[in-house]
Design a protein around this ligand. Structure first.
Ligand code: FBP
Length: 703
């Protein structure tokens, strides 16, 4: 570099404009940091009590009662103003406390505001209250790694996405040794309470910690976090207590914005099908909201596929007089799913739209019976191997071939075994029939909670591989064609002084009707085109195909070009929507008030999220009664019940009712909706998830 350039650069770096545009501080960041979310009405009171609410009942699992006796009889608690508090209450409420907080599991927009809400509420009640953030998730509790949070740190992260303030991790405190270390950490700091901000597994952890640490006087509270939206709580009479976990709205809006941009691109260059895999480990809540936000042409909802009944197959069995029930007609197979996608693609192509956008939920395979069975079997095999050997399955069998060989051995042993084996030759054959990359995916290491890591499986590739194969078959059969607009055909013919009617009836199946013309099924190559022209149009066998006809024919032959995208970590790291900012800040305040009232084993929540802010009600939900037995690492384990998409909900029924409209397999523009980017300020920011608004309508209409 020359001296002149160096000097110029030095001078430039002192320039105020240069400093401004290269600083990490931008207007949006400044506005976010300065924003103070509104607080639910009750938080304006100096003293807040909890009132037990007996209107809510739960179906209690006997295993939960056995394992969590100290917290199983907890009730729903409402936060209410303490109008004339007695002195003992005041002393207890305001006494100086040490509170630890930890993020657990994947990041979700709004987490920092939970901390800010907790911090502000705690400092308001008593400036001597101290908040400690455990680092890198539950490992921070086990290893006694934490930072004390102060004004500067809190202010730097207000209303910002991610969990970067204290980081996160997925460790589960699930052994006596880890529990003992956690207890030791609480004792060393002198913690009064611990707040676990996490999903279903983390709130499960919170319940076990609450049970264990009760005797030590350490309260443990949970906060419902996960972009997946699968922490939704209703009591046994379906009364909604927590309509949605935090982070869901922001992630769905971030994904929707990106996917809506693809709708715009796709309908502009009209050559790609965009295949969008959207996060959500099991439940399809995120895909559902994305569908409502964007009106993408096709959105798969896993829960819907699980309910699938192949009516055609049943009718066929009935007409052939088959005895018994054809069980293969119940539940979706991968093959059948690929057929449904092909059907949609073919329908759009018929009206000239050989492009579009498909949304596939990350966890869709969980709802395909044949795959789910294999996943559970492999979970069990891997867990059993790890339990009975000193070395972990994935360390012992590094290459796919080694893993396959182990499974092959199990299958051959099953032939000799007298009782039922977990892996038989049918499983092995099925497994060996699927592509290597998918086998690798199915064998992928389970997370620390024993969950199958769907985000590591190229689900879209699996499904679209089958789709491509079947589209080729349909193309060969002449069933996959691009419709030619009648007006365009007429114009092209007339430009070449050719009579459209003369050629139209030779070329097209539906020349007498329809805005889009479909080349006849028996014309599937230039050779068959020529034959048709010679046969039906009197073209001399030696003459070339007239160029305009050749052009029209070529336009009708579809190429199926795809672009695949994964929307997950990007949206999970987005800054929160205003809805999530307000929601999480109030969750933080709720959790402090539950602590100040001596609660433990409760999850902070805001009731009436689906309604206007004035109706939001901070509550505590007992965690233990929400737990049930679920398969993890090949065995039944007590965990918080995940909520999947209810196919009877208004939100799902809306998507179902508008499916054909959004597919857009008719002439004219598509019905795409543009949600736009998440904007922190301004009136156009979406209020709350559309899923919530629609589901709340059901209550309104029926009440
Ligand atoms: P949480 O349930 O912990 O909130 O995480 C949800 C999620 O984002 C899923 O959508 C996704 O399948 C998974 O985390 C990815 O996990 P990882 O961060 O370990 O790759």
């Amino acid at each position: 570099m020359s001296d002149k350039a160096a000097i110029t650069m030095d001078a430039l770096m002192q320039d105020p404009e240069f400093i401004k545009v290269t600083s990490h501080l931008n207007q949006d960041l400044i506005e976010r940091r300065n924003y103070r979310p509104p607080q639910c009405d009750v938080f304006n009171d100096a003293f807040i009590r909890v009132a037990e609410d007996d209107r809510y009942e739960f179906e209690i699992d006997s295993e939960a009662r056995k394992k969590l006796p100290e917290i199983i009889d907890n009730k729903v608690q409402r936060l209410v103003p303490a109008a004339k508090p007695e002195e003992t209450f005041k002393t207890q409420y305001t006494r100086a406390r040490k509170i630890g907080i930890v993020f657990s599991g994947g990041p979700a927009p709004g987490g920092h505001n939970v901390i800010a809400g907790l911090y502000d509420a705690a400092k308001k009640v008593n400036p001597q209250n101290r908040i400690f953030g455990f680092l890198l998730g539950p490992d921070g509790i086990i290893d006694n790694e934490y930072v004390e949070l102060d004004d500067d740190r809190i202010d730097a992260f207000r209303n910002l996405g991610g969990f970067s303030m204290i980081k996160t991790g997925r460790t589960k405190i699930d052994t006596t040794a880890k529990m003992a270390l956690s207890r030791e950490t609480c004792r060393k700091i002198g913690l009064d309470a611990l707040v676990v901000v996490g999903g279903d597994d983390s709130n499960t952890n919170a319940a076990f910690l609450a049970q264990e640490l009760k005797a030590d006087g350490v309260q443990v509270l949970g906060v419902p976090k996960t972009i997946d939206g699968d922490i939704q709580v209703r009591d046994k009479n379906h009364k909604v207590l927590c309509a949605m976990s935090f982070g869901y709205h922001s992630a769905a809006r971030a994904f929707a914005n990106e996917i809506s941009n693809l709708c715009t691109d796709s309908s502009s260059d009209v050559k790609y099908w965009h295949i969008c895999k959207v996060m959500g480990r099991v439940a399809s809540h995120l895909a559902l909201e994305v569908a409502l936000q964007t009106h993408a042409n096709m959105t798969l909802i896993g829960e819907d596929l699980a309910d699938f009944v192949d009516a055609k197959r049943l009718a066929k069995a009935r007409s052939e007089g088959q005895a018994g029930i054809d069980y293969t007609a119940y539940g979706m197979t991968l093959r059948h799913l690929s057929r449904l996608i092909c059907e949609a693609i073919v329908k759009r192509a018929a009206v000239g739209k050989n492009y579009g956008v498909v949304v596939i939920p990350e966890g869709v395979l969980e709802f395909i019976n044949e795959i789910q069975v294999i996943i559970i079997k492999l979970n069990t095999i891997i867990a059993e191997y790890n339990e009975t050997h000193d070395i972990d399955f994935h360390t012992e069998f590094i290459r796919l071939e080694d893993k396959r060989e182990y499974l092959r051995r199990l299958a051959s042993l099953s032939r000799e075994a007298s009782d039922i084996s977990i892996w038989n030759t049918r499983d092995d054959d099925f497994f060996n029939d699927i592509p290597d990359f998918f086998q690798e995916g199915l064998l992928t290491e389970r997370d620390s909670h024993g969950n199958f890591q769907f985000s590591l499986v190229p689900t879209d590739k699996v499904i679209m591989g089958l789709v491509k194969d079947y589209l080729n078959i349909l193309r060969e059969r002449g069933e996959y064609k691009i419709g030619i607009q009648r007006a365009y055909f007429d114009k092209t013919m007339r430009k070449a002084d050719m009579d459209p009617d003369h050629y139209g009836s030779v070329l097209f199946d539906n020349y007498s009707e329809g805005e889009y013309l479909l080349v006849k099924k028996n014309i599937f190559s230039l050779k068959t085109l020529k034959q048709a022209l010679v046969r039906e149009n009197g073209l001399d066998a030696e003459a070339p195909i007239p160029p305009p006809i050749e052009k029209i024919y070529k336009m009708s032959v579809p190429k199926f070009k795809t672009q695949t995208h994964f929307y997950g970590y990007d949206g999970r790291g987005s800054d929160p929507t205003r809805f999530d900012c307000i929601y999480t800040y109030n969750l933080g305040m709720t959790v402090f008030n539950l602590i100040a009232n001596g609660a433990t084993g409760q999850m902070a929540a805001i009731k009436n999220l689906e309604r206007s802010f004035a109706e939001w009600e901070p509550i505590g939900i007992p965690i233990a009664p929400l737990m049930h037995l679920e398969e993890r690492k090949g065995r039944l384990t007590l965990v918080l019940e995940k909520s999947v998409v209810d196919t009877h909900s208004i939100a799902f029924q809306t998507v179902k009712a508008l499916r054909e409209k959004w597919l857009g397999a008719e002439p004219g523009e598509d019905d795409y909706r543009r949600p736009g980017p998440i904007r922190f300020t301004g009136k156009s920011e979406e209020d709350r998830p559309i899923t919530l608004v629609l589901n709340a309508l059901a209550d309104k209409i029926t009440s």
